[in-house]
Design a protein around this ligand. Structure first.
Ligand SMILES: Cc1ncc(COP(=O)(O)O)c(C=O)c1O
Length: 382
């Protein structure tokens, strides 16, 4: 199992880094994988069976939705709020007896950039342990947090091993190296056996190079520098877009990472914006790929990766050039008695994503029709 778990000095280096985040594991509790998506796939394979329901806050990284579709698992979408997944909805789903696992991306959530509070993280870990529901925590963006160098993960509050953590170097070194890991908690033996069968062993030279980098003197300062560049870039881009486009657009203020999650008014056709952007050599991910339902049709996710050079300056100019005429078009008046999508959105429509039958104790969860739904995997720039 030793070699298939991964290069020992790399697993030791990861344990040292997690101990800075109050997460104490030893190398025998770490599995090296081919990236975070691979680590997530095996976590789902270990804790779920085809047809199971998996709770996932949305908007969500589209790779989760693609995986759930491929593994024949049903996504139960929990609305994201500025404080994280809607607390009451998540609590109700965890207590519903209907889900096999929860996927959570608690620090610098992709795409909203939200980081949840430590109290909330503690609650999630407690629900996982009390209710015996595996929580799969995606920690990939945690090192990109602007305000806290060492944010605690949910797994740091785990008591009985019901939390698993998956992550990778894709956001700090690049996604072409395909190196990730999993802290599989109580599922260690099943997880490690499964990965051993699937990949036999990991790439020796890449693991060794990464171990040397993580143990070396430059890692911490480069990361600090990288975070500073990302923060400045997102701030500048956000200010530029707000100044150019005004209050018609809503931009989240991310706690870290490299993406802006932007809401365009209902009367703007995002497909048309993307078409015109494509003609000018720019692209963004449309909000619709972040959910299985058409909830985020008015959103776009812009990825801004340092260095903040003139390529980006030009691209942002092109985008505002496309949006300005569309935003100044007269806003259509809603017919009397009808409810606009925006009004429905603000009026608590988000919380109604989960359909409950009955009420009070023993509430029954009617899973929305996500069975057999599939979302195409969109490539590496997710
Ligand atoms: C939130 C999140 N999780 C997982 C992944 C997949 O990471 P990897 O390239 O390590 O497989 C990504 C990639 O962009 C991501 O944004």
């Amino acid at each position: 199992m030793e070699s298939s778990a991964g290069y020992l000095p790399l697993r030791e280096a990861l344990c040292r880094l997690y101990s800075q985040r109050q997460t104490h594991v030893n190398p025998t509790q770490v599995q090296i994988t081919s990236g975070c998506q691979h680590a997530m796939e095996h976590a789902l394979r270990v804790v779920c069976r085809p047809g199971d329901n998996v709770a996932v806050p949305t908007p969500a990284f589209p790779g989760y939705l693609a995986l759930l579709g491929q593994l024949n698992l049903n996504a139960v979408e929990i609305p994201m709020t500025p404080a994280g997944p809607d607390y009451e909805s998540l609590k109700a789903v965890m207590h519903s007896g209907e889900i096999a696992a929860l996927i959570i991306n608690p620090v610098c959530h992709n795409p909203t950039g939200v980081t949840i509070s430590d109290d909330y993280k503690r609650d999630i870990a407690q629900w996982a342990n009390n209710l015996k529901i595996p929580v799969i925590e995606d920690d990939i963006c945690a090192t990109l947090n602007f305000s806290e160098a060492f944010p605690r993960p949910v797994i740091s509050y785990d008591t009985d091993g019901w939390c698993m953590l998956v992550s990778s170097i894709s956001k700090i070194v690049g996604d072409s190296e395909r190196l990730g890991w999993c802290l599989p908690g109580r599922f260690r033996d099943a997880y490690m056996t499964q990965v051993a069968i699937s990949q036999i062993s990991g790439p020796y030279f890449r693991q060794k190079a990464l171990a040397n980098y993580l143990n070396g003197s430059r890692y911490a300062s480069q990361l600090r520098n990288w975070r500073g560049q990302m923060k400045a870039f997102l701030n500048d881009a956000s200010e530029y877009l707000s100044a150019e486009l005004g209050s018609a657009i809503e931009i989240t203020s991310p706690s870290g990472g490299y993406a802006l999650w932007i809401r365009l008014p209902d009367y703007v056709d995002v497909t048309e914006v993307r078409r015109q952007a494509g003609e000018q050599g720019c692209d963004f991910l449309p909000g619709e790929v972040f959910s299985l339902a058409p909830r985020f049709k008015q959103y776009i996710r812009l990825v801004l990766i340092p260095p903040q050079d003139e390529r980006y300056e030009k691209a942002l100019k092109k985008l505002t050039g496309i949006l300005k005429p569309l935003l100044t078009k007269a806003k259509p008046q809603p017919a009397a008695g009808s409810v606009t999508a925006a009004a429905a959105h603000q009026g608590g429509c988000q919380a109604s994503w989960l359909v409950f039958a009955g009420g009070g104790v023993g509430v029954q969860l009617n899973i929305l029709a996500h069975k057999n739904n599939h979302i195409a995997f969109l490539g590496a720039d997710l």
